[in-house]
Structure formats: structure tokens, C-alpha cells
Ligand binder design. Structure first.
Ligand SMILES: C[S@@+](CC[C@H](N)C(=O)[O-])C[C@H]1O[C@@H](n2cnc3c(N)ncnc32)[C@H](O)[C@@H]1O
Length: 190
């Protein structure tokens, strides 16, 4: 899919698509920085669009790891399904809200990382809460959620949901973006 298709998708459904063009290399790098690809066996991606993060995740991922990708948009989903052929990836044409359900269906139960591009700030509060709670329930204790946004609107909410949230500002993206790295710290063992 071309950049102009992204642009068109945005004008048809701005709230769902959330941006005018795919993310930059700098934003991709920052989003994937928190993932330990040498250890990660299960990764979830939410809202891949044209697949800029998907391709990079697959390039870095171990041969025996699995990637579950949730995309609700018809054209993005069909285009990804057609263009990315890799046995390690499963494209799911359903809402990110159902991530726990699909993880269980694939007999995986836990994920090492959730990479989310979802425009959380555009979502109704209930949908945002359902998605973030499903991510928390699915993450391994040392797992992390990487989420980018174009504002700090979600800062308070994400800080209320995760014990540790780090924020990086990425200027080299259109528009510049904030990457939230949210950690679910491992419980201390006695
Ligand atoms: C900002 S775009 C990100 C695209 C791409 N990851 C990038 O960085 O270039 C957000 C994507 O989230 C998808 N999306 C929106 N709501 C969704 C939902 N509830 N479940 C799954 N995907 C969703 C949109 O269709 C769109 O592809």
C-alpha cells in the first residue's frame, strides 16, 4: 500500500486511522527499542496500518517467535495479508480489544511485548480502557507495552495503569510523536 492510500484512509475515517502517513524510521526504532528480541517468543502488534512496524518486528524477531497483528481497517488488513508472507505472523481482522481472546485461542496466554499504534486519544474511554486492560492482562510480568501518540493526553491515564512509564519525544516524524514505554514490573519474589 502506498503513502497516498494511507492519506485516503485517513480522510475516510480519521478517528480510526489517526494519522496522515505511516510512521518514520526514527519512530519505528524508538517503538521497538524496549523489546528484547533475543528473548521475546510472543509479540502483539495493534494497528499496523501499512505495516512499517510489522516488517521491522519480523526482521528482528527470532525464528521460533510468533507475532499476532490486529488490524480493524478492511483495506489495511487485506493488503498486509497479501503482501507479508511469513509463517511467524498471524493477521487478525478484529479489534485490539479482543487480544486476550486470540492469544488464548493460539494457546499462547502471555505476550512479551505489545506494540501499539492505536489512536487511543480518539477512542471512547471504555474502548481505551478495555484495550489497555487486555494488554496488561496479557503481558508477562517483565513485559512492556510500547504505545505512540501525538500528544501527552494519555500520559495521566497510562501512568495510572502501569507502575513505570517512560516517555520519549520523537521529532523526526510527521507529526512529531511521543513514545510511551509502559512496564509491568515483575513482582518481587520472597
Ligand atoms: C496511526 S495508524 C498506525 C499505522 C502504523 N502502525 C504506522 O505507525 O504507520 C493506527 C492504526 O490502528 C488501526 N486501528 C484503529 N482502531 C483499531 C482497533 N480497535 N483494533 C485494531 N486496529 C485498529 C487503524 O486502522 C490504523 O491502521
Amino acid at each position: 500500500m502506498e503513502k497516498r492510500d494511507f492519506f485516503r484512509a485517513f480522510f475516510k475515517n480519521a478517528k480510526m486511522v489517526g494519522s496522515l502517513r505511516p510512521s518514520s524510521k526514527q519512530l519505528t526504532k524508538s517503538m521497538l527499542n524496549s523489546v528484547d528480541f533475543s528473548k521475546a517468543k510472543t509479540i502483539i502488534e495493534l494497528g499496523p496500518g501499512t505495516g512499517v512496524f510489522t516488517r521491522e518486528i519480523l526482521a528482528k524477531m527470532a525464528p521460533d517467535a510468533t507475532l499476532l497483528v490486529f488490524e480493524l481497517h478492511d483495506e489495511f488488513f487485506h493488503s498486509l495479508n497479501k503482501s507479508i508472507k511469513d509463517d511467524r505472523v498471524h493477521f487478525i481482522h478484529d479489534s485490539a480489544e479482543k487480544l486476550k481472546e486470540y492469544l488464548d485461542q493460539h494457546n499462547m496466554h502471555q505476550t512479551d511485548a505489545v506494540i501499539s499504534s492505536l489512536p487511543l486519544a480518539n477512542f471512547p474511554k471504555e474502548l481505551r480502557a478495555n484495550i489497555v486492560k487486555a494488554a496488561i492482562d496479557s503481558l508477562a510480568d517483565d513485559g512492556c507495552l510500547a504505545q505512540f501518540q501525538y500528544s501527552l493526553q494519555s500520559k495521566k491515564y497510562l501512568k495510572s495503569m502501569f507502575p513505570k512509564v517512560k516517555i520519549n519525544y520523537i521529532f523526526w516524524n510527521f507529526p512529531p510523536a511521543f513514545v510511551y514505554t509502559c512496564r509491568k514490573l515483575a513482582k518481587p519474589t520472597i
